[in-house]
Write a protein that binds this ligand. Structure first.
Ligand SMILES: NC(=O)c1ccc[n+]([C@@H]2O[C@H](COP(=O)([O-])OP(=O)(O)OC[C@H]3O[C@@H](n4cnc5c(N)ncnc54)[C@H](O)[C@@H]3O)[C@@H](O)[C@H]2O)c1
Length: 457
């Protein structure tokens, strides 16, 4: 079928880099994307409800570790990037990428309110020749069942007047090898022209484009990737519990298994899942599958195993303290690492928050150390107490009854850490030279139970 006039005009704007790009939601996903568009030669506008983020960008500053401030400053100074809280700018844009949050409600149902709010803002101002791309992770069907009707409400037709695609974001904060630019981009448009236009837009900014046949396939691709991780982590967490019971070191097992050059990839146990994606996204899929009368059993099982890990860590802590004749109630327990993963400042869904909550309920006297998180507000965790980062280099020997390693930030000094604790629980196998008072998750508790601690040296 011949391309419509708006499609032809937009393709020309994109190819000549004259298209005005825009991104709604300037977080971990949206800011790197709008900067990448700028670096590819487009002009771009970021739209966010958060005036602090908007002000930072307009002042040429980045607030995301993976985006250098120099990149933002250069684009802002060159007039190729600005940010605003005013949605009226949407009518000036040729392309709009939606990168807003998709959390779960307390009931574990998808919270679509951010996508709906963004689509409403676009729908009110939609004009012929615009390309809309949803990037937020969501259930299959969101683009055509939820977003499309909101955009077609005023009579414009997808594929002819405006263009709509889904392209999942795969960015992995703090990953030094893979970033927005070199992670292949999957694209599924509502029509072939929608896919072609979206591919043309990303083509300059992103190295590899992977077109698929529909938005539903693209939505499912992302959920497959994240469910794959959640299920494999659940499986290895269960193996860790099994190894603990059987007196086998799970870390040694995974390391040796990973030498198989085909058919195996290593996953590692830990204190539970964290972050905005892995603990959340699979439930978008199981929720949607339920609508078709299908029960996603792997997802539910992995969720149950992974969700129980913080409870298991509490058991390890209680047992370790028991060895040194201390009850959890009243013990000084420090959580090392509250961010959800190594070398990031993001605490969303972090298992450390669950752990702090459980320990708080059992009466532990809590502290934490995390160079990426200077303060933990009481509103960020159910214990409701404000806490501040403790520098372990300054801690006295044996100052804490127990230190539990939850996030293995690369800057942690494990000599200082081991010295500051009467017992240590290492949930990440982070301590390469563990002393006798260290217990590792999944590493044969009975064989490695802590002795009465020597906290000297
Ligand atoms: N963070 C990641 O590593 C990652 C990776 C892949 C995919 N994702 C997915 O990408 C999406 C965005 O995640 P994120 O981590 O960037 O979230 P984020 O919370 O860092 O950023 C979202 C931004 O959207 C803004 N926002 C919220 N509602 C808005 C609205 N109605 N209009 C304008 N702005 C609004 C917020 O103020 C915030 O700045 C989610 O669906 C997430 O699952 C995230």
């Amino acid at each position: 079928m011949a391309r419509s006039a708006p499609a032809t005009a937009l393709l020309e704007l994109i190819r000549s880099r004259k298209a005005m790009t825009g991104v709604i939601g300037l977080g971990y996903v949206g800011l790197p994307l709008v900067v990448e568009f700028g670096r590819a030669g487009y002009s771009g506008v970021g739209v966010d409800l958060d005036a602090r983020k908007v002000d930072a960008i307009n002042a040429g500053q980045s607030y995301i570790d993976d985006v250098p401030t120099a990149h933002v400053a250069e684009l802002v100074a060159g007039g190729r990037l600005r940010a605003t809280t005013d949605f009226d700018v949407l009518s000036e844009l040729d392309t709009i990428n939606i990168c807003v949050p998709t959390p779960l409600r307390k009931t574990k149902d998808p919270d679509m309110s951010y996508i709906v709010a963004s689509a409403e803002q676009i729908g009110k101002r939609l004009r012929p020749g615009q390309l809309i791309i949803l990037e937020s992770t969501t259930y299959p069907g969101t683009t055509d069942e939820l977003v499309l009707p909101m955009l077609e409400k005023n009579g414009l037709k997808v594929g002819r007047d405006f263009f709509l695609a889904f392209s999942p974001e795969r960015v992995d904060p703090s990953n030094r090898s893979f970033n927005t630019h070199n992670i292949p981009k999957v694209i599924g448009g509502m029509t072939p022209d929608c896919t072609e236009l979206a591919a043309a837009l990303y083509d300059g900014a992103i190295k590899t484009i992977v077109p698929v046949s529909s938005p539903r396939v693209a939505e499912m691709v992302k959920l497959l990737e994240n469910t794959f991780r959640a299920v494999n982590i659940g499986m290895v967490n269960e193996l860790a519990l099994m190894c603990d019971r059987m007196g086998i070191d799970v870390w040694e097992v995974v390391k040796a298994a990973a030498t198989k050059p085909f058919g195996f990839m290593p996953f590692y146990p830990g204190p539970g899942l964290g972050g905005h994606c892995i603990p959340v996204d699979p439930f978008y899929l199981s929720w949607k599958a339920r609508e078709s009368g299908f029960e996603a059993r792997f997802i539910e099982l992995a969720g149950a195993v992974n969700g129980a890990m913080p409870h298991y860590v509490v058991t390890l802590i209680a047992e370790a303290l028991n060895k040194v004749k201390r009850p959890l109630n009243g013990s000084k327990v420090l959580v090392a690492g509250v961010a959800y993963k190594r070398d990031v400042d993001d605490i969303r869904e972090s298992p450390a928050l669950d752990l702090l909550h459980l320990l708080h309920e059992l009466g532990a006297d809590l502290a934490y150390s995390d160079p990426f998180v200077p303060r933990l507000s009481g509103s960020a965790w159910p214990g409701g107490v404000d806490l501040s980062h403790v520098d372990l280099a300054a801690a006295a020997a044996g100052e804490f009854d127990c230190i539990v390693v939850v996030t293995d930030h690369s800057s942690f000094n494990y000599d200082h850490l081991q010295r500051a604790a009467k017992v240590v629980v290492d949930t990440r196998n982070a301590i390469t030279a563990p002393r006798a008072h260290v217990v590792r998750l999944g590493a044969a508790r009975s064989a490695h139970a802590p002795e009465l601690a020597s906290t000297r040296g």
